[in-house]
Design a protein around this ligand. Structure first.
Ligand SMILES: [Zn+2]
Length: 87
């Protein structure tokens, strides 16, 4: 019997927020890709930013979004909410 999925390339992404590398499949997903922002973030940043990213802490993210014409809409705390899963 042939064995599949035991070896092969791993997809390593770099978290836009903390700049750490993490695995984004196959089999193991330590973060997610935010399609509408064209960035990847690791699971710990995703968890830490569940109620939004503090814009002052991540000026490069604001710049990145502005360059792509993404509308920046801050929440009541003045933080930038992450798009929901799958967006
Ligand atoms: Zn991160």
């Amino acid at each position: 019997m042939r064995q599949f999925l035991t070896t092969g390339p791993k997809f390593i992404e770099k978290c836009f927020l903390c700049k750490q590398s993490f695995q984004l499949g196959p089999l193991r997903y330590d973060g997610r890709h935010i399609v509408s922002w064209s960035i990847s973030i690791c699971r710990s940043c995703d968890a830490a930013s569940w109620d939004g990213v503090v814009p002052d802490s991540h000026p490069d993210l604001i710049e990145h979004l502005k360059q792509r014409g993404v509308r920046i809409q801050l929440n009541g705390k003045g933080w930038l909410p992450l798009p929901p899963l799958g967006r």
